[in-house]
Design a protein around this ligand. Sequence first.
Ligand SMILES: [Cu+2]
Length: 495
Amino acid sequence: MPKSRLFLLFSLILLASCSREPLTALDVEQPEGWDDDLALTIPEDLNPDPNILEIELEAQIVDIEIIDGLTTPVWTYGGTLPGPLIKAKVGDTVIIHFKNSLPDSTTIHWHGLRVPNQMDGVPGVTQPPIEPGGEFRYEFTVNDAGTYWYHPHVNSAAQVGWGMYGPIVIEDPNDPEEFGDELILVMSDMSLNVRDGSFLAENAGGDFTNLFGKEGTVVLVNGKIRPTLKVRQGKQQRWRVINASRSRYIPIRLRDHTFTILGGDNGLAERSREAGRVVISPSERADVVFTPMHEPGTTQTFRWIPFNRGFGTVYRRASVPMIDIVTVMDEAVIPEEIPEQLRIIEPIDISNAIETDLEMTIAQDTSNKIEMGFNGIPYWSMKPLEARVGETHVWNLINNSDFNHPFHLHGYFFQVLDESRIPEWKDTIDVPVGETVRIAVHFEGRPGMWMYHCHILDHAEAGMMGQLWVGPADSTDPAPEQDLSVLIDVMVKEE
Ligand SMILES: [Cu+2]
């Protein structure tokens, strides 16, 4: 227990011994209007069946005031930034009637959800791109509790950068209430011209910006610049944080605090742990308990702090205020104990695993254009990796390049083979400069063509992406021939 929390506990016990029973976190409510400034849109459920969530979702450009007094023509899901919260419970069926009212084609990828292959939203691979005016019906069952998100897989660095992302929470009704009241925080950034609110040109900065990965000029939490959150000292909140940035890494840290890390991408980890900081790379999620520790009547600011993810990424960069945290005047309460054991995660049996090296590479081609890839090959020239349902694979993700790369696998959860880590299920893992991260994945079903890629979206578009063919269990056929022209066409748009 950190010193400050111990002190709080002692003072409360002292107080209690001379007056009445002290209140604990579960005895009181959050401060009135605590999360009003961070509210997300809840879509209307069109289906009366309590086990089916059926919604309409329209992609459309809407003017939104992000910078005070200016409007930005945001590319949205449903007219809001971020898009509406898709919230269901484990075992539910989710149906989305999607309409594309954008001037460009698009698709939806359900990041982290183990959906059937044809629902994965990869244009030219699992479905045709949805053209302007077109519609598509997504339907899948959600069997894994956790924090997820949705975004396009078409021209993604641009479309995500213009606002196309929304949160997904799959609830486990058995989660202990001691975790605190849920607060979903979609953290992102946007490249805005701060004088008029317009978007900076997508290709501003040229090749170097693609190498670096675009980071926006404004940092947003639930679509807002520097929103306010109200807290009460000792009253816990369960933060589900989603990093929807194209390239920005986000350290979760707050002065004088530790966070209780419950898990991340795909639900709870095996055990909780206290940490002064947890860094979430693009597309990763964090599930943490925040115990406010500051004195009633004070305000402090949760800030983005530059994080070294490779060459030039911290040089001359300042911190950025993200959330003003106001501690209300109500008397402090005693925080609840968070259990240490959260679930059992059986290690994947790798005794018969097929091992593959995947080096994340950056090169310059003959015309000096930057070309990224795996093992020196960009996705447009690469043959799919091959696997079969029922097989277990170990991938060595090797990074000798000058930048970190958040590696994401579609369709399957993996485990990181590192005994110093608390076991958990992941769909995205940061591979730091100069390191090798080993992951184990078991292909339990759902054959088809899946993607893996760096989730710095400029890197993916520059080539750091590949395909994985998961064949049926009983088949020995090689991966089918792929025509990648549609994928190549929609992934990279010349301006
Ligand atoms: Cu990368």
